[in-house]
Design a protein around this ligand. Structure first.
Ligand SMILES: Cc1cc2nc3c(=O)[nH]c(=O)nc-3n(C[C@H](O)[C@H](O)[C@H](O)COP(=O)(O)O)c2cc1C
Length: 229
């Protein structure tokens, strides 16, 4: 077992990175990180997920196509519709407020006024520029396993993110990157029965202040249901 203090440091150091250096990520190192994810548990060991890796010209092409689509859909509020997976927009009451806190925190540190639609739109575009990261990952799950597939993918992604953190890399899991499956599926051989869920930017964090901003950590007491007894 590794020292508990070191483990705590690893857990607490993992934060979403939203500004990356252009420094390339070594191919072998990237493979190691992706492989570390597979140590996660999985429903009946089915591993009902797939990952696609975009770097270099392919990464740039995808970024361009996503931004073009975002601009075409500029009038759409919130998340665009992914035909394979849907969630409520805006978020359900109670959860909406938590989400707004993150938005406000990010806008504040970036100096974006909430009324400045152009600046907010620019931040959305930054999502599709992978915040400058040289590596973009896209994640798919088998449509036949519903929640279990998504759950397994989440476990895989978390392992991957912790591994990346431990190797000095930053990550940002991004729902935004799941908005336009046709663009991603046109770039990779994804089996028909797999659906795009989300993506992730991966690379070396810059020293931009956005990377030191810390999202609130809820106390577990707020997330524990009371007993009826
Ligand atoms: C499924 C999922 C989707 C997310 N989508 C986005 C996104 O599209 N853009 C973004 O900047 N952050 C995104 N995030 C990052 C969350 O905002 C972040 O994890 C949360 O605010 C907690 O902050 P932390 O990751 O720094 O601990 C996403 C996280 C998850 C797990």
């Amino acid at each position: 077992m590794i020292d508990n203090d070191k483990f705590q440091t690893l857990l607490q150091t993992r934060r979403s990175t939203r500004d990356f250096l252009p420094t390339e990520v070594d191919e072998g190192l990237l493979k190691e990180i992706l492989n570390d994810g597979v140590n996660a548990p999985s429903w009946s060991n089915t591993r009902p997920y797939l990952v696609a890796v975009a770097t270099g010209a392919q990464r740039d092409r995808i970024s361009k196509a996503l931004i073009e689509r975002l601009r075409e859909n500029a009038e759409v509020k919130g998340m665009a519709a992914n035909p394979d997976f849907t969630h409520e927009v805006p978020y359900p009451d109670g959860l909406l407020q938590r989400s707004q806190k993150v938005g406000m925190g990010i806008y504040e540190i970036l100096g974006i006024d909430r009324s400045d639609k152009q600046a907010r739109f620019r931040f959305m575009e930054r999502n599709y520029e992978f915040f400058g990261a040289p590596v973009a990952l896209f994640f798919f799950t088998h449509k036949g396993l519903d929640q279990f597939g998504t759950l397994d993918l989440g476990l895989y992604m978390q392992n991957l993110m912790l591994s990346a953190t431990n190797k000095g890399l930053g990550t940002c899991p991004q729902g935004y990157l799941g908005n336009y499956p046709d663009i991603i599926k046109a770039e990779f051989d994804v089996p028909e029965e797999y659906a795009l869920v989300c993506g992730m930017s991966l690379g070396y964090p810059s020293d931009h202040p956005i990377n030191s901003w810390q999202a609130e950590r809820l106390n577990i007491d707020e997330l524990t249901v009371g007993s009826k007894d």
